[in-house]
Design a protein around this ligand. Sequence first.
Ligand SMILES: [Mn+2]
Length: 454
Amino acid sequence: MWGESLEAVGPEPAKISNEEFIARQQRLFSQLRPNDLLIVTAPHESTRSNDVHYPYRSSSDMLYLCGWQDPEAVFTAYNDDGNWITTLFVQPKDILQEIWEGRRPGVEGAVKDWPIDNAVSHEDLEDSLSEMLVKCSRIVVKLGVDSVVDGLVDNEIKSNSRDRQKFGLGPVSIIDPSRMINELRLRKSNAEIELMRHSAKIAAQAHIQAMANTKPGVGEWQLEGIIEGLFKYCKTSGSAYPSIIGSGENATILHYTVNDDTCDDGEVILIDAGCEYNGYASDITRSWPVNGKFSEAQAEIYQIVLDAQLAAIDQCRVGNTYDAPHNAARRVLAEGLIRIGVIAQDLEEALGPDGDLKNWYMHNTGHWLGMDVHDVGVYRPDDEPRLFEEGMVITVEPGLYFGAWRPDVECPERYANIGIRIEDDVLITKDGPDVLSDDCPKTIANIEALVGTA
Ligand SMILES: [Mn+2]
């Protein structure tokens, strides 16, 4: 049923190699001090209801540094005479657990196939980690992820052991490695870029299928089924975030995820959906007319947003500030709304703090994209706007939202309940913006040619 989509996506790219994982670890270790103990944690499994868990997804930092996906994992590293020694705590082999829940690599499998020096059973976490903690002077850990590790760290810092009192041994401070890891994750390697491109190609096909299957009377939930079914069909781990599928006034609610309404003739539908492929997110939004033909009013708004998006994408260049796309998009949106008479202010006024643009465009134009959909990386390090570098990936997603239901603004009748957002995933390269999601149609003509054709 989805063979053509799968073919359009193309072959699966290579997974991250152990050599790359080790290079990532080394880049992090090179920023640490010899007496540091690095601890990277992952969340515990969480209960959905009674004895059923949510599908497990490890922390992005764990996945980034060693690719280990199972629960009850802790990654550590300490320096031994100039060499950093890595240890991964893992679930031990357990026949009964494995019969019920699946095979485990166990301690031996972990050492053999993962980019680590040692593996230790998670059952020995308390003893082994305590031993490591006593020997370090700084604990490098992000607190608040694994409560068991937090407890051990807390105990060790507070302890008044003989060694501490007499010899001054034991950890005296805790630092958070997030800033260091986030800087690494912000710049994507070639292997990561290929995974992200694949993720975006799948998401593009999902939007194409949703467009083709849109007709008056279709349910938002049915389009959700098509999109998320295609995600699974293409071997992703599913959605990177809850799909936003809103028709009519639902399209004017930025994070609408109920998806239980029927799409009616004359409405615009807005779909914001992306998948996670081998740990990497895509994030695409398209908006189209339910009946396959933009009304004049819908086309006016759509074209303004598209022009704004293209202007913003053009700003995604090495050396530009991260907010250059946002500023470009806002300018084009404001110009457009002045031109069609929605805003009765001059351009600078419309863009200013008391300007009317924010009535119809109230969010930012993009965010970093990577292992997390809102990926890590400080936007204003040292309070200066970040400059784009090769290998960074940012979304570009301007929109205009005319919620006729809103009591706080007077929505122009002509544009009542039109909600348009157009979002692509853009890689910064030395040759200019590379739109990873450009398989997904976005001109008025290309969209009209596709909607309702299934
Ligand atoms: Mn987004």
